[in-house]
Design a protein around this ligand. Structure first.
Ligand SMILES: Nc1nc2c(c(=O)[nH]1)N[C@H]1C(S)=C(S)[C@@H](COP(=O)(O)OP(=O)(O)OC[C@H]3O[C@@H](n4cnc5c(=O)[nH]c(N)nc54)[C@H](O)[C@@H]3O)O[C@H]1N2
Ligand SMILES: Nc1nc2c(c(=O)[nH]1)N[C@H]1C(S)=C(S)[C@@H](COP(=O)(O)OP(=O)(O)OC[C@H]3O[C@@H](n4cnc5c(=O)[nH]c(N)nc54)[C@H](O)[C@@H]3O)O[C@H]1N2
Ligand SMILES: [Mo]
Length: 692
């Protein structure tokens, strides 16, 4: 989700999805970018679909594939459901919509809002007018088989304008500022690009231009993947960040956290001055070079990061690895020097946060197996040990006592988190006010209210379930709010014209394609090159399209004519245990690759054939799923010609030993990452198909 985080920060000055799920039922149009909601967020999809059925709102799905999300909306009303089969051209598409609105639907441009509440809007307006007409962007509309014609761009712009007008009409009535307009949701198919951060900024630009921001029923809505990714963001889980949307580089923020953490500020200053390890990929490269000596793996299959064979496996084979895990079969364990067995969600107490900023309670239902302890307890104890070595007064920093059952009190620690959030962007201290006055504990409040949306800085706000919507003073009753309309330096939204420019594409992509292939080549030594590729909105790989149309054995061994994209499949969840559930085993038992009927014909591949998908970096085995009448399950989405698609969920599932694994998706992917967000591009590999 890191592209969303840095995109929100760059524009709104805060990692905040500004709206709530109930805004769905106030909107006049919903768009999804790189988001197959029907498979990945089915509850949200069916909520939006139900609303479409009741109110007949238009919907747009931007995705190279015709997914179930596309078809589901079409089943409700095909006339106001549009599918845009774009491949990588999203920035150009969004800029082109802005262009059309500025030229042909001038009444929906919110000049007043721009003048009062936005920075750099003139550059944006001038830039999209100059370079992004629907005709000018045709070279970036995905290329062959992903065509998005000027007429289609104008059609979507018209729908966008009509939905925005509905809000403007309501605003003329009693409704202050109006409600409704356009909600843009996006998923990981949108974030997972080197230019993912720019993708996000281009959504917020368009919404700002038209005033579809910081009002009920409109705005940017990032759909988070992992159940508690928002919790991690709240807690400052990205390199260079502190909890509560604070920055390590900001002196006031640093002092605030040093005080609440009970650590000397100089430790944090050391962290600022230290060489940035470069997020996940940078750390792996440094490990390979011998500069990183040890890893501590919790909560993900880290050994399945991109460029497995050339980067990750060789790197973690050199380091000392500690794994904190709940499953004996977890793939990380195979590379562990030490394993700490953890208790899992039903065996611990705690809280987690959903996409609409709602903090929910997780209640303990069973005792952990003997010897397994909550992650929190293990982290506290390790912190005590490490703190001692660093000369920190650990009894003051972590003054927690164990309960009778031997575990720390999760609620006491939650209170401490709430206390430390005082005066920050995510202030939750109203929860403690409620506890003081009404004698209901934080957990009781979360239970009664079915969650509280951060921030909840006062008694009244906490008692009302937190802050539904953010910005433009929608957080009413927050007297000591540390910012004005938006949380930027001057209180205005930062617009930023982001570009997509394919003029040097071949030359630059050629350089990108060397990583993972040439020995001794590290991305951390070529950040300027990567930034250039990002700022031009390019892909890390490019298929050799001149070899399309050939039989599989006729394609030269060093040519990769097809795109290979990866995403989620409904029946699976993530990687580590997908195949261990009897239901998934029965429904989608093996790795498959979605293939267009005509591509299969060209290649000489039949439905159900076993194939090998090969990129410059590695390969995997899969069953060819040809067309939507395929006998290979689940046979659900249709891919455009030239584009192959597989789920990454079975990555490490067929063998507990990743070395023997046939389905390792990230053996194929590129390691190219954005130096600002850390995001790697999982969606755009060039591949060759061979029959096995
Ligand atoms: N059943 C199930 N649900 C899950 C998960 C799971 O494993 N199983 N995992 C959860 C997690 S952690 C996450 S992050 C989410 C992910 O769920 P989604 O956000 O829906 O992500 P993906 O399926 O990876 O990609 C969505 C779509 O992006 C499209 N896409 C690829 N390239 C581009 C492009 O250049 N532009 C555009 N516009 N679209 C593109 C792909 O074709 C794909 O259909 O799902 C969550 N929900
Ligand atoms: N090629 C490609 N790769 C991708 C993606 C893609 O689109 N394409 N998507 C990426 C995305 S969005 C995501 S979110 C990742 C997810 O993919 P993975 O990182 O593979 O995620 P999980 O399988 O959820 O791994 C979680 C691990 O945490 C362990 N665990 C679960 N609960 C607990 C607990 O309470 N305590 C502890 N200590 N451990 C626990 C599980 O046993 C498991 O080993 O994959 C990413 N990889
Ligand atoms: Mo995710």
């Amino acid at each position: 989700m890191t592209s969303a985080v840095t995109g929100y920060f760059a524009t709104l000055g805060s990692d905040t999805p500004p709206l709530a799920y109930e805004d769905i039922e106030l909107s006049d149009m919903i768009m999804h970018f790189g988001h197959n909601a029907r498979e990945s967020h089915p509850i949200i999809f069916w909520r939006a679909a139900e609303y479409k059925r009741n109110k007949d709102i238009p919907t747009v799905v931007v995705d190279p594939r015709r997914t179930g999300t596309v078809m589901g909306y079409e089943d409700i009303n095909a006339k106001n459901s549009v599918h845009i089969p774009i491949l990588n051209g999203d920035i150009s598409f969004l800029n082109a919509i802005a262009h059309v609105l500025l030229k042909e639907h001038k009444d929906v441009i919110d000049w007043d809002f721009l003048k009062k509440h936005a920075n750099n809007w003139k550059e944006y307006v001038d830039g999209v007018l100059k370079d992004y007409s629907p005709e000018q962007v045709q070279d970036r509309m995905g290329g062959k088989n992903h065509e998005v014609s000027p007429a289609t761009i104008r059609q979507v712009a018209k729908m966008f304008a009509e939905a925005t007008r509905k809000r403007l009409v309501r605003a003329k009535g009693k409704q202050k500022g109006g409600y409704g307009g356009v909600i843009i949701m996006w998923g990981i198919g949108y974030n997972q690009h080197i230019h993912g951060q720019h993708n996000v900024i281009s959504i917020i630009n368009l919404l700002t231009l038209t005033g579809n921001l910081a009002k009920p029923g409109c705005g940017p809505f990032s759909m988070t993947g992992q159940p508690n990714a928002m919790g991690e963001r709240f807690a400052g889980g990205l390199t260079g960040r502190l909890p509560f949307n604070q920055s390590l580089k900001n002196t006031a923020h640093r002092k605030h956290m040093a005080k609440h953490w009970g650590v000397p500020e100089k430790n944090l200053i050391n962290a600022v001055n230290g060489k940035n390890p470069g997020y996940a990929i940078g750390m792996m490269e440094r490990a390979l070079k011998g500069d990183v000596k040890a890893f501590f793996f919790v909560y993900a299959t880290h050994i399945d990061l991109p460029d497995q064979y050339n980067l990750v496996r060789p790197a973690i084979s050199k380091t000392f690895n500690v794994v904190q895990e709940i499953y004996r079969h977890a793939p990380n364990n195979l590379y562990a020097d030490v394993i700490f067995p953890a208790a899992t969600w039903g065996e611990v107490e705690g809280v987690y946060i959903s996409s609409e900023r709602r903090i929910n309670i997780c209640q303990k239902a069973a005792e952990p197996p003997k010897g397994c302890r909550p992650d929190m307890d293990m982290v506290i104890d390790k912190a005590k040990g490490i703190g001692k070595l660093l000369g920190v007064d650990v009894e003051k920093a972590l003054p927690y006592k164990r309960k009778k059952d031997g575990f720390y009190d999760a609620q006491e620690i939650f209170r401490d988190v709430v206390r430390a959030s005082a005066g920050t962007d995510t202030d939750l201290t109203g929860i403690l006010e409620v506890e003081k006055l009404d004698k209901t504990s934080p957990y009781e409040q979360l239970e009664e209210l079915r969650g509280i949306q951060w921030p909840a800085p006062t008694y009244e706000i906490a008692q009302n379930g937190g802050t539904k919507r953010r910005f433009m003073l929608q957080e009413s009753g927050w007297e000591n709010k540390p910012y004005g309309y938006f949380r930027t330096k001057n209180g205005k939204v930062n617009m930023k014209l982001v570009h997509q420019d394919y003029s040097d594409r071949e030359k630059l992509t050629k350089e990108m394609m060397k990583f993972g292939v040439e020995d001794g080549l590290y991305t951390i030594d070529h950040l300027d090159l990567i930034k250039k590729v990002r700022d031009k909105g390019l892909t890390p790989d490019m298929p050799d399209e001149e070899h399309l149309g050939k039989k599989w054995h006729g394609v030269p061994k060093d040519k990769y004519p097809y795109w290979f994209g990866l995403g989620v499949v409904y029946e699976h969840f993530h990687t580590a245990k997908s195949i261990r559930s009897p239901t998934t085993r029965r429904l989608v038992p093996e790795m498959y690759v979605e293939m267009h009927v005509d591509d299969a014909k060209d290649l000489g591949i039949r439905d159900g054939d076993k194939v090998r998908v090969i990129t410059r970096r590695g390969s995997l085995e899969a069953r060819a799923q040809v067309g939507t009448n395929s006998l290979v399950k689940p046979s659900r989405n249709s891919v455009p010609r030239g584009y192959m698609f597989g789920p990454w969920n079975l990555s490490v599932a067929d063998s507990a030993d990743p070395k023997k694994n046939k389905w390792l998706a990230n053996g194929l992917t590129s390691r190219i990452w954005d130096p600002v967000s850390g995001q790697v591009d999982f969606k755009k590999s060039a591949c060759r198909i061979e029959k096995i």
